[in-house]
Each structure stands twice: as C-alpha cells, then as structure tokens.
Ligand binder design. Structure first.
Ligand SMILES: [Zn+2]
Length: 81
C-alpha cells in the first residue's frame, strides 16, 4: 500500500524531530536515509504456511544510503493509525 502525501509529510516530520538524536547509521555512520514510499506489513510466522489471520504490524522502512541498513518503524506506535 502506497503512503498518502499526508502520511509521508507526517513521517518526515516525526523523523526530523526524533531521528536526529540517533546520530546517523550505527553501522556505517552515514546520515543519509530514505523513507519507503509504501506501507508494509510484518506478519506472524505461520509455521511454513501463509497465515492471513495471524497478528500483523504495519511498518514503514527507513534505509541508510551508505550501507543499506534498513529500520522498520511501526506506524501504530508512531500514532499514525
Ligand atoms: Zn549505514
């Protein structure tokens, strides 16, 4: 699912306020990150089968330009859903 322009702006605001304190990537030291254009879903493991009725968490990805380190942010915890 693609993020709406409103969701992207709110996420960028949250990251600007909170990400600065993280002092860049903890693997390579880069301070260049990109925010995914889409909302993803982290699903409960189904024991080898696709489990559509299990727990899931909506996430966005933030990826370091220097090394590809990717962070998943739970948008429910960020107050966006
Ligand atoms: Zn990095």
């Amino acid at each position: 699912m693609r993020l709406t322009e409103e969701q992207k702006l709110k996420l960028e605001q949250i990251l600007t306020e909170r990400w600065e304190a993280a002092h860049g990537c903890w693997i390579c030291g880069s301070d260049q990150w990109s925010l995914s254009e889409r909302l993803f879903e982290l699903r409960e493991h189904g024991g080898g089968r696709l489990q559509l009725d299990g727990a899931s968490v909506p996430i966005v990805l933030v990826t370091c330009h220097g090394c590809g380190n990717t962070v998943m942010l739970n948008i429910v915890a960020l107050g966006m859903m």
